[in-house]
Write a protein that binds this ligand. Structure first.
Ligand code: ATP
Ligand code: MG
Length: 860
């Protein structure tokens, strides 16, 4: 469900995503007939059903799409016959309830009505069950460009007899009219065209059948229900929700007997939202996509937050709730999807942490909102500013409907128009930031690319096709070569860099990435003669360093499982020439001893110099039998590559060292947490470790030189620390004695003005001691006191005023005010209490004048 190596799509949103490279002609289409079930998620981009989910009873965020496929095998007639046979003969749906649509044609695109499809349908259904559909419903496109074609949908009229009598109209009139009981269950797509960047269509080199049927909708028809949520796909989860909340869910049937209140409807919607989003979030986490604040992770976070606020608002759940439903989901779906069962603990943990974090933000948002409401009420306002509502949404994830709900409870409205304006602005900002423009491919030669990079780093080649890409005003070109030794970024390993060259010119390849099962090479400029022959040469220094890091990652994975246990599951990996990063599931900090154990194990394997044992094109099941470790949520072909270094055996397409010895040395440099239940290890190998060692050695050398290159450095440092502590204590004692003495002297020397003892002194002293001195003087004087001290410490002046309480209560003086006024003379500022205040400053020369100023201000 989570797409990892395609920059154009974050989540699988249709069954065909997984076959895109076959349809685009870059992967072998055999076998040409297939059938499958595919987890889909429609929450972003071209297909986004998120806002409907829960409010209606037949759109989900995550659903299973059942499909059958023909890649240049059967076409329209075969697809229509089989669909009919399956629904009517096998599943026994009532043919009278079925309606089909066909594309009505498009004069401006010069495409006629799909008479062909209509003709094949006429074999099975009466004419009045065949409906013309427009481009919106009956012409399917993968995206702005790419494969497309007319389609034919099958709709089911699932109304109850009462509903049919009451409405008096036929199902035909309700097809594609958003009626919740007349819904599409299956779409047969006949892909015949390729849409080019200029909008024009060309014929696809092979006809493709792509069908998609929603499993949850089909189950509903088979179980004679009228809501997807009343089927046994969702009922167990809804039952668990009822148990946890003590609230009731009213099914479609129950609702027919007695109409429900607005409050009950809110509860129904919220329970549907939670049941649906539980699936989407759990499956995403199981597929390796954790909630986060960017890209795909942010989409998942938003889904989870949507569920939390429905549960919070309508189900009274002020604490984490969704995670409590995970066990039920695992019981229901864990057999069919073992990745759920295997990662149940991780899913619950991540979900709970996300829920808790969002509930804390919600609390903060509610606080902000009540302040805003109070302010508005005090001004007699009736409408909350839409910008404010948007800010709540943007920073606290506080959705408009919740803001509105709380405002309504306070008799206020929200300016929705302003909110939408802000929302629109933000969307445009996001769109501009992400916009990538691709031109059409310019084809220079026919053919499929061969990757030769496992065996070669240099190879003769021609350019098959190229195109221009514009992103944020930057222009570059993408090249596809017939033979390439370049590894395109995939599976966490960065792409190769290098050159393609011939006698006439040298073109730098700045990066390589994978797209549709082939390597795409990024260049700043095109060769003068793109049809010439070139030598493709990989930068082997970088490649060897990456390869060593990748191999080290496998050894690390193995060692972690040995040391920490089998629950360690790879959750992310990044491998570049200078570092490696490995994320994995583990529920507490990895201790220093454990890290050391892992390092020792990996370095042992490096010294054993275990050769790479590589198996290409191994059938998937055989690879599993070899004991190779596959990743959850990773897409594997029928044939896989297995990489083994002694006991470490993994499914992997990456570039590896020819033997573990080439890694040289392995050192972990950091261990941290990236999310609930996920730890991250960063490590270095080979030359990078050598540099690390030099740095550490240099540091140690400098430190030793501080201590006259003492042999027993630890002992010497420890002794220094002890001495330091002792001296510090002694100094404190001396200081206290000195302060005592000075205080006595100053009090003795004090003048008396109108019955007030005035202590005045300017002297060098530390700030803490100055404070101590002021308090000692106050303690030593019985009657009225004005004590003004100007102290300097490291050339910084400080002014302190200390008075007896009667100076404040009877003379009306305020030390804080006085110190602020006098501090101007030392270019400083300060403050304090009425009887004691301090100010620091910059100009020590003004200190004496400042002291006099204070005495003057006292007007004794
Ligand atoms: P609708 O008009 O009902 O949204 P659609 O035109 O978006 O459907 P397709 O893109 O043709 O549907 O997808 C094929 C099938 O997948 C549909 O016939 C339906 O059974 C199912 N399907 C599509 N979207 C959803 C969804 N959000 N939740 C559940 N099933 C869905
Ligand atoms: Mg739709």
């Amino acid at each position: 469900m989570v797409i990892k190596d395609d920059p154009t799509l974050m989540f699988t949103n249709a069954g065909m995503n997984q076959w895109k490279d076959i349809i685009l002609g870059t992967r072998d289409p055999e076998p040409r007939r297939r059938a499958d079930t595919q987890k889909c998620l429609r929450v972003s981009g071209k297909h986004n059903d998120l806002e409907e989910v829960g409010h209606d009873t037949y759109h989900h965020t995550m659903f299973e799409m059942l499909g059958n496929w023909s890649f240049g095998d059967y076409f329209k007639e075969g697809a229509i016959d089989m669909a009919w046979e399956y629904l009517v003969d096998v599943l026994k749906l009532n043919p009278e309830d079925l309606y089909v649509t066909v594309f009505e044609g498009s004069p401006e695109e010069n495409i006629p009505r799909d008479d062909e499809a209509a003709k094949y349908w006429a074999k099975h259904v009466p004419e009045d069950h065949i409906i013309n559909g427009n481009k919106h419903d009956n012409f399917w496109e993968m995206g702005d460009t790419g494969p497309c074609g007319p389609c034919s949908e099958i709709h089911v009229d699932s109304r109850t007899p009462e509903q049919r009598t009451a409405s008096g109209i036929s199902g035909r009139e309700l097809v594609n009219k958003d009626d919740p009981q007349v819904i599409e269950i299956w779409n047969l797509v006949f892909m015949q065209f390729n849409r080019k960047a200029d909008g024009s269509l060309e014929k696809l080199s092979m006809n493709v059948i792509d069908t998609g049927m929603g499993f949850e909708r089909l189950v509903r028809m088979l179980q004679g229900k009228h809501s997807n949520y009343d089927t046994d796909v969702f009922q167990p989860i809804i039952k668990a929700e009822q148990q946890l909340t003590g609230l009731k869910y009213v099914t479609f049937e129950e609702e027919q007997d007695a109409p429900i209140t607005k409050e009950q409807d809110d509860i129904n919607v919220a329970m549907r939202v939670c049941a649906d989003h539980l699936r989407a979030v759990s499956f995403s986490i199981a597929d390796g996509q954790l909630p986060s604040n960017a890209k795909a992770g942010y989409v998942i976070r938003r889904i989870l937050r949507r569920a939390v606020r429905y549960a919070y608002t309508f189900l009274g759940q002020k604490e984490g709730f969704l995670y409590k439903l995970v066990p039920t989901l695992v019981v229901e779906m864990g057999d069919a999807f073992p990745e759920l069962k295997a990662q149940q603990q991780l899913i619950s943990k991540v979900m709970k942490e996300e829920e808790d974090a969002f509930l804390r933000t919600l609390d903060k948002g509610i606080g902000m909102l009540s302040d805003a409401i109070d302010e508005l009420k005090s001004q007699g306002g009736k409408e909350l500013n839409g910008e404010k509502a948007f800010r709540l949404f943007d920073t606290y994830g506080f959705p408009l409907d919740l803001t509105e709900l709380i405002c309504r409870e306070n008799g206020l409205m929200v300016n929705e128009e302003q909110f939408n304006v802000e929302m629109q602005k933000q969307k445009e900002r996001a769109r501009n930031a992400a916009a990538v423009e691709n031109s059409d491919w310019t084809e220079l030669a026919q053919g499929e690319q061969q990757f030769v990079g496992y065996d070669y780093t240099e190879y003769e080649c021609h350019i098959l096709r190229y195109r221009k890409v514009t992103q944020k005003k930057n222009e570059f070109y993408e090249l596809v070569l017939d033979y390439t030794p370049f590894y395109g970024e995939m599976g966490g390993q960065v792409g190769d860099a290098g050159v393609i060259c011939n006698e006439a010119e040298t073109i730098e390849i700045i990066d390589s990435k994978r797209e549709n099962n082939q390597t795409v090479h990024i260049v700043k400029q095109l060769p003068k003669d793109p049809t010439a022959q070139f030598m493709a040469c990989v930068d082997t220094d970088k490649r060897d360093a990456s390869a060593a890091n990748h191999t080290a990652t496998h050894l690390l994975d193995y060692a972690l499982k040995q040391v920490l246990g089998d629950h360690v599951e790879q959750k992310g990996s990044f491998v570049s020439p200078d570092t490696l990063r490995f994320d994995f599931s583990h529920f507490q900090k990895v201790t220093d001893e454990e890290l050391r154990q892992v390092e020792r194990m990996v370095n042992d394997m490096i010294r054993q110099n275990i050769p790479l044992d590589e198996h290409r094109e191994v059938p998937f099941d055989e690879a599993k039998k070899l004991g190779a470790i596959a990743l959850f949520g990773e897409k594997y072909g029928d044939k896989v590559r297995v990489v083994r270094f002694g006991p470490s055996c993994e499914f992997c397409g990456g570039i590896h060292a020819s033997s573990t010895g080439r890694i040289g040395f392995f050192k972990i440099v950091a261990e941290s947490s990236v999310a609930a239940g996920i730890r991250r290890i960063e490590a270095k190998t080979g030359k990078e470790c050598e540099e690390l060692l030099y740095k550490t050695e240099d540091l140690l050398r400098v430190v030793k030189s501080f201590f006259n290159n003492a042999k027993d450095l630890q002992g010497v440092i420890r002794k220094y620390i002890e001495e330091h502590d002792t001296m510090k204590k002694e100094i404190e004692t001396f200081q206290a004695q000195a302060v005592e003495r000075i205080a006595r002297q100053l009090v003795e020397k004090a003048r008396e003005v109108n019955g007030v003892k005035v202590v005045r002194s300017v002297l060098p002293m530390e700030p803490a001691a100055a404070k101590d001195l002021a308090f000692k003087i106050r303690a030593a004087v019985e009657g009225s006191l004005l004590c003004v001290l100007g102290t300097t410490y490291q050339e910084k002046p400080q002014l302190s005023i200390m008075m007896s309480d009667d100076m404040v209560s009877e003379h009306g003086l305020n030390a804080g005010q006085m110190v602020r006024e006098a501090a101007k003379l030392i270019q400083g500022g300060g403050g304090g209490q009425p009887h004691y205040a301090q100010a620091g400053g910059k100009n020590a020369d003004g200190l004496s004048a400042a002291v006099d100023k204070v005495i003057e201000l006292a007007k004794l």
